[in-house]
Design a protein around this ligand. Sequence first.
Ligand SMILES: CC(C)(COP(=O)(O)OP(=O)(O)OC[C@H]1O[C@@H](n2cnc3c(N)ncnc32)[C@H](O)[C@@H]1OP(=O)(O)O)[C@@H](O)C(=O)NCCC(=O)NCCS
Length: 249
Amino acid sequence: MKKIDILEIKNNFHKFAELNFRNSENFEYYILDKEYISKLEPFFDAVQKDILNKEIFFRNTLQENLDILERGGFFVAAFSNMELAGVISVDMAHGEKSLPTFMHLSPTDILKSVIIDTVCTLPKYRGNSLQEKLMCICEYICLQKGNKYAFMSISPNNYYSVNNAFKQEYTIFAIEELYGDNQKAGLTRYILSLPLGKRLAKVKEQYSVINSNIDMQKEVIDLGFVGMKAINFTSVDKFFVSYSKAFYD
Ligand SMILES: CC(C)(COP(=O)(O)OP(=O)(O)OC[C@H]1O[C@@H](n2cnc3c(N)ncnc32)[C@H](O)[C@@H]1OP(=O)(O)O)[C@@H](O)C(=O)NCCC(=O)NCCS
């Protein structure tokens, strides 16, 4: 495992430095070796078991995680006193229904795209902004590797993850049915993107649509708006997504 130099990221990546994380001094971050990936199994089991709405998160099989490494992806984990607290995996674009293909990028840019495949934390460590921190660390690593875009898919019912992705300035540019096949129906997912290293310009909110109204959100996206903020939170099942003509500086 290779320890990540957080001070170096703070000094070189303004987005990371400006985030005000609670209890950040308690965590250490490592890039995981292939040998460590199988040790993540109980961690993913524990995260999956704790989730009430099973539709929002499916853990990968061990083989799927090993395939991510084979393709050139990587895993970063947050530890507290050497106990695993959170994990993020970054995959390379692959396959016909890979997330960057929904943006109609050129083949060259698809090759420079990465996908946040999994991000999860153990319940007892939540409230430390670990998702945001792990995403921001990965953005820095990917920029160093010469990547250009990051993508992720999130369930419209996963308030915590959607909100954290917005805070990291990812925007929703599509809503699709994903991960289905001949045997099982697809799942509705927001598709979010971030041009790495760019910042989202502050623009006025233009439409807000309740998370459960997928058709209306698709219409608003078709008009050229992107989802950029979670507002009017009533419950984890009921919040509004604010859509704007957003752009990155
Ligand atoms: C999404 C997730 C990674 C966010 O974890 P995190 O970064 O550790 O959480 P945050 O620090 O942003 O939490 C902010 C607040 O929301 C609460 N919170 C976060 N996730 C929560 C959850 N799944 N259930 C209930 N409350 C949650 C935290 O307790 C904290 O509350 P506080 O401000 O009162 O202390 C985590 O909820 C998780 O692992 N979920 C299951 C897997 C998943 O859905 N992954 C994303 C798939 S796209």
